[in-house]
Structure formats: structure tokens, C-alpha cells
Design a protein around this ligand. Structure first.
Ligand SMILES: NC(=O)c1ccc[n+]([C@@H]2O[C@H](COP(=O)([O-])OP(=O)(O)OC[C@H]3O[C@@H](n4cnc5c(N)ncnc54)[C@H](OP(=O)(O)O)[C@@H]3O)[C@@H](O)[C@H]2O)c1
Length: 229
């Protein structure tokens, strides 16, 4: 569920908390590739769909996840996260298509870390996963020339969807993951992050900025908690 319209927000708010009685796994697989566009709410499409959507839905389901331990959240990021840094003066950065995508994937990693920190005493484990490079529908949004080039690259270098699913499945079921709450995984193992990507201060700052962007203030949280009890 991506945060692209007021309808989605309303859907999450009302049905997400009331109709789901047991919630053990939350996977965030949906994502948009490097395209310059805006959501209906005026967010950069990459940041809105790839980060704010999962952020909001997770928060709306947080009480339910806490009440169903042990539960896991798996966020699909990408190893391209390391090629950009977040600009807090312009989180909706929407200028160079690749960079908007890279930043949204970096946001996935920070979000996972802060989520794990906040949930560690509640039996909720969060992981960020780089699935590997896979050919797929995402090329359909680009020109025919780009698609032909990607077809060749995919055939030569990319992995199958089945192979890409392995780390996601590993993070969902392996007990090893419990020792790396908030970690970043690739090839079914935890991987080291660049120092600035491990900065807990930035992760917290992004959390707070994202709360403000989607309108999650303390009274909204209390309301959600009371609805979930
Ligand atoms: N492919 C790669 O090489 C690669 C590498 C690293 C990380 N990733 C990450 O893996 C995830 C999946 O990528 P993919 O390659 O499988 O992409 P994909 O084939 O284009 O699939 C994207 C999925 O996201 C859904 N989606 C797109 N926009 C949405 C929106 N606004 N609201 C709700 N759902 C939306 C699509 O739904 P519809 O089918 O209904 O449009 C589709 O199911 C993404 O997070 C991506 O960043 C991919």
C-alpha cells in the first residue's frame, strides 16, 4: 500500500487497525523506479511511495504488531542507497531521477534502523533487504531503447525472481536475523553499512520528519492506540 492518495491514508487508518486481528509479518515490496513525478499529496513519487507509504502503514499497524510478538517487518531497499545522502532541507528532492530513487532507498535503511530501535522491547524485528538486481516490470516505464539495453544487461548479469526472493525469505524466517535487528541484508547475510548510513541521529531525524510529513502527531498516535486495544 503506497501513500499516494488520501484514500489510501483513510483505508489504512480505518481498516488497517480494526480489521487485522493477528499480524506477524509485514513485507514492503512495492516500489517505483527512478522516475520524476509527484504523488497526489505533493510528495516526490519515489520518496512518497518507497518511503512514506511503508512508514505510514507501519505506524498505523504498530500497535497490532506489538500485540502479536514475535513479528517481523521486511523492507526492500537496494544497495544503491549508498550513492546518496539525505537532504533534510529537501526530502522531496525531485531533480535527478536516479538520485531520487537512491535517496528513497537510503530512507528505507534509516527507517528500518529506527523502527528496530523503537520496537526492540516489543518483540518486533525489522530488516532492510537488498534483493539483488532483477529484470522486471520496472523497465516498462522507460523508453524502448532503454528497455532493449536493459534486456541485454538483465540476460547477462541479473538474477532470477526466485533468487531475489531468497534474502527476503531468509529475513522472514531465520533466527539469525534476531541478532541483527535493524540490519541490512544481502545474499542471506547481514552486511556492513557505510558509517553515515549507520548514524542513529539521522535515522531518528528522518523518523520525526516523516511523522510531520504524513501528519502523525501524538494525538493521532493516542487515537490509533486506543482503536487497536
Ligand atoms: N529490480 C531490481 O533490480 C531491484 C533491485 C534492488 C531493489 N529493488 C526493490 O525491489 C522492490 C520491487 O521492485 P521490482 O523490481 O519488483 O519492481 P516492479 O517489478 O516494478 O514491481 C513494483 C511493484 O510495486 C507496485 N507499485 C508500484 N507503484 C505503486 C503504488 N503507487 N502503490 C502501490 N503499489 C505500487 C507495483 O504494483 P502494480 O503491479 O499494481 O503496478 C508492483 O507490484 C522495490 O522496492 C525496488 O526498489 C529492485
Amino acid at each position: 500500500m503506497a501513500y499516494t492518495s488520501p484514500f489510501n491514508f483513510t483505508f489504512c487508518k480505518f481498516f488497517g487497525c480494526w480489521c487485522i486481528f493477528a499480524l506477524t509479518y509485514l513485507f514492503f515490496l512495492a516500489g517505483v523506479p527512478a522516475v520524476l513525478d509527484w504523488t497526489d499529496n505533493g510528495f516526490s513519487l519515489c520518496f512518497g511511495v518507497n518511503h512514506l507509504g511503508p512508514f505510514l502503514l507501519t505506524n498505523l499497524l504498530l500497535e497490532r504488531l506489538k500485540s502479536c510478538p514475535p513479528s517481523r517487518i521486511v523492507n526492500i531497499t537496494s544497495n544503491v542507497h549508498k550513492y546518496q545522502k539525505l537532504d533534510f532541507a529537501d526530502l522531496n528532492y525531485n531533480i535527478v531521477p536516479l538520485f531520487t530513487y537512491f535517496r528513497s532507498k537510503l530512507a528505507n535503511v534509516y527507517f528500518t534502523q529506527e523502527l528496530a530501535r523503537q520496537m526492540e522491547r516489543h518483540g518486533v524485528t525489522a530488516c532492510a533487504v537488498h534483493p539483488g538486481y532483477v529484470g522486471g516490470d520496472w523497465t516498462s516505464q522507460f523508453s524502448i531503447l532503454f528497455r532493449i539495453v536493459m534486456y541485454v544487461i538483465t540476460a547477462l548479469f541479473f538474477i532470477s525472481c526466485e533468487a531475489a526472493a531468497q534474502t527476503v525469505i531468509y529475513c522472514a524466517i531465520s533466527d539469525d536475523v534476531l541478532q541483527h535487528n535493524g540490519g541490512y541484508f544481502s545474499d542471506c547475510k547481514p552486511c556492513k553499512l557505510r558509517p553515515y548510513v549507520q548514524d542513529a541521529g539521522i535515522a531518528k531525524k528522518l523518523w520525526e520528519a516523516s511523522e510531520a510529513m504524513v501528519g502523525l502527531n501524538s494525538s493521532a498516535r493516542e487515537h490509533l492506540a486506543s482503536r487497536t486495544r
